[in-house]
Design a binder for this molecule. Structure first.
Ligand SMILES: [Zn+2]
Length: 409
């Protein structure tokens, strides 16, 4: 299962089902109609190109941005005990991540394509972003191992809460309360300290029925999800479309590795199957769909631009902050040496001046001036918390911050 042999299969071992362990042989198998019950397993790596931040990566800045929310540790945002006392940080995050703000990737559309062709047995996803749903994969085909934003209920009496109402609350940055008992309402994302959905355990052995297993964009480190590919029969071909080899895939006689960018790998596979045009047409439809859902197509375009701009500003701010702290140090040194702030100092003042201008543009975003300090502190806290949680988490077999260790494609 999770601990299966991880060394690559010996080349002398002949595949049992495929004609070879290549993309072409896989495509031949898929086109032949012999793969009619496909299980797909996904993680954060299929959503990063949609702009969904990888929760565990310090570089993407999600946890760094959470520093603004004054969390005791970054993962607290997904901790049920913390949520009971302080639901605000989660709702601030929900405001950023709520479905409808992101466009599915071509990889999500590929899963939809498999469904349309009647080949999808089940999709197991660790993602909470609902992008499979946005791409048109049906509810009964999806097992969200760590829950998702698709449903919401009261954390005390478990009463379901209307979708339209939570949407409105999240848009307005308000905390929704149960109509029955006034308890806190929460999207059914599995938080730390909560059980995984029953549907996961009910379907956990389903991969045994599959005639093809496709694993995409996950590091397969979070149990029990990571054991799913090991549930397939020995002769069942397994494909890994991922940045790197993970979870022992590649050790089986019929394992095929398509390493690299997820979307690229999917396109290559679709092309080899002769489905690329169909796939691209399907993906193209996700643009107007998102726009219609929002009812504000302009906002979608604007958001993309804003995001790009935001990235730029973040990068710039960080660079300038570094320069600035150097400049400040220099300035103080110069002052302490009692040189009048005139001609000799001009360059220095200009440099720090422009730094301040940019810095002041976003001071509230950085919860104070010293960005590096905050980031540094945050990263340490995050590392500590992750280490603590990692072992605890595997035991508990839960894990909301589902995206743990997932591939950051
Ligand atoms: Zn209630």
């Amino acid at each position: 299962m999770g601990n299966e042999e991880s060394s690559p299969v010996d080349e002398s071992v002949l595949p049992r089902t495929l004609s070879g362990r290549t993309l072409e042989a896989l495509a031949e198998y898929m086109k032949s109609g012999k793969a009619s019950k496909i299980v797909v397993m996904t993680g954060a790596g299929i959503s990063t190109s949609a702009g969904i931040p990888d929760f565990r990566s310090p570089e993407t800045g999600l946890y760094a941005n959470l520093a603004r929310l004054n969390l005791p540790y970054a993962e607290a945002v997904f901790d049920i005990a913390y949520f009971r006392e302080n639901p605000e940080p989660f709702y601030a995050l929900a405001h950023e991540l709520y479905p409808g703000k992101f466009r599915p990737t071509i990889t999500h559309s590929f899963i939809r394509l498999l469904q349309d062709k009647g080949l999808l047995l089940k999709l197991f996803t660790q993602n909470i972003d609902c992008l499979e749903r946005e791409a048109g994969v049906d509810d009964d085909k999806i097992i969200e191992a760590h829950g998702s934003f698709a449903r919401q209920s009261c954390i005390d009496c478990n009463q379901p809460y209307p979708e339209e109402e939570i949407k409105r609350h999240i848009e307005n940055k308000e905390i929704p309360r149960c109509h029955h008992c006034k308890g806190l309402v929460k999207p059914e994302i599995v938080f730390f300290g909560e059980k995984m959905p029953a549907t996961f355990f009910q379907n956990q052995s389903l991969p045994m029925q599959a005639d093809l297993c496709i694993v995409m964009g996950t590091s397969l480190t979070v149990q029990p999800f990571a054991s799913l590919p090991g549930m397939t029969r020995e002769q069942t071909p397994r494909v890994l479309i991922n940045k790197e080899r993970v979870g022992g895939i590649g050790s089986g006689s019929d394992d095929v590795l398509i390493l690299g960018d997820c979307d690229e790998g999917v396109k290559r596979l679709a092309e080899a199957c002769g489905w690329l045009e169909e796939l691209e047409a399907l993906w193209a439809k996700t643009v107007p769909k998102v726009a219609t859902d929002l009812g504000k197509p302009a906002e979608v375009v604007k958001k993309d631009k804003d995001e790009a701009l935001d990235d730029e500003i973040n990068k710039l701010t960080k660079e300038i902050d570094e320069t600035l702290s150097l400049s400040k140090w220099h300035e103080e040194k110069v002052r302490s040496e009692a040189i009048p702030a005139s001609s000799g100092n001009g360059t220095l003042n200009k440099a720090s001046g422009s730094g301040i201008a940019v810095s002041v543009a976003r001071p509230h975003e950085n919860s104070g001036g010293n960005l590096d300090h905050v980031y540094g502190k945050q990263t340490t806290a995050q590392t500590l918390a992750s280490e603590g949680l990692a072992s605890e988490e595997n035991e508990k077999q839960s894990g909301a911050a589902a995206q743990e260790g997932d591939n950051k494609n």
